[in-house]
Design a binder for this molecule. Structure first.
Ligand code: DQA
Length: 144
C-alpha cells in the first residue's frame, strides 16, 4: 500500500519556526519519523512539502491510481483555500487532515478549517504523532 503525505507552506521551517508552538524538531525529523513508522508497518509513504497552493493541488490530482490515501497538513491554507477543499473532493482518494498544533486552542482564525469538511477526518494538536495516527487509520481500514 502507498500513501501520500502532503505538507503545506512553512512546514519546511519546522524547528526554527515558532518553536514554542511547533517544537524544536525539524522538518527532516518529521520525515524520518513518518518514514520509520511506514517502514515498520510495511507500507510506502511518499512525503512532499510545497509552499504553493498550485503544487499542493497538483499533488492531490496526481494521487489518483497511485495512492490509497492522503495525509495532508495544508498549513495556513487550511483556513481559506476552497481550491484545496475542491481538489480533495475532486479525487476518489480519501484524505485525513493533520495539524501539529491544536488549531482550536489558538487564534480565532485558526479554529475554522475550510479543508477538513472535504476530508474523512481531522487530527489536531498531537504533534508528529498525528501523522502516524492518520496513516494507522488508513492501514487498519485497508486491511479490514
Ligand atoms: C498548522 C496550523 C496552521 O494554522 C498553521 O498555519 C500552520 C501549521 C499546524 O500544523 O499546526 O502552518 O497546520
Amino acid at each position: 500500500m502507498k500513501y501520500l503525505v502532503i505538507n503545506g507552506p512553512n512546514l519546511n521551517l519546522l524547528g526554527a519556526r515558532e518553536p514554542d508552538v511547533y517544537g524544536t524538531q525539524t522538518y527532516s525529523d518529521l520525515v524520518g519519523y513518518i518514514s520509520s513508522y511506514a517502514e515498520r508497518s510495511k507500507v510506502q509513504a511518499d512525503i512532499v512539502q510545497h509552499n504553493g497552493e498550485e503544487k499542493i493541488i497538483d499533488a492531490i490530482h496526481s494521487s489518483v491510481g497511485i495512492y490509497s490515501g492522503i495525509v495532508i497538513n495544508p498549513g495556513a491554507f487550511t483556513h481559506y483555500s476552497y481550491a484545496i477543499h475542491d481538489a480533495i473532493k475532486s479525487v476518489p482518494v480519501g484524505a485525513i487532515e493533520v495539524h501539529l498544533s491544536n488549531i482550536s486552542a489558538r487564534e480565532e482564525f485558526r479554529a475554522r478549517s475550510v479543508t477538513a469538511p472535504a476530508c474523512i477526518g481531522q487530527i489536531s494538536g498531537l504533534g508528529f504523532y498525528g501523522y502516524i495516527a492518520a496513516l494507522g487509520y488508513f492501514i487498519m481500514e485497508g486491511s479490514s
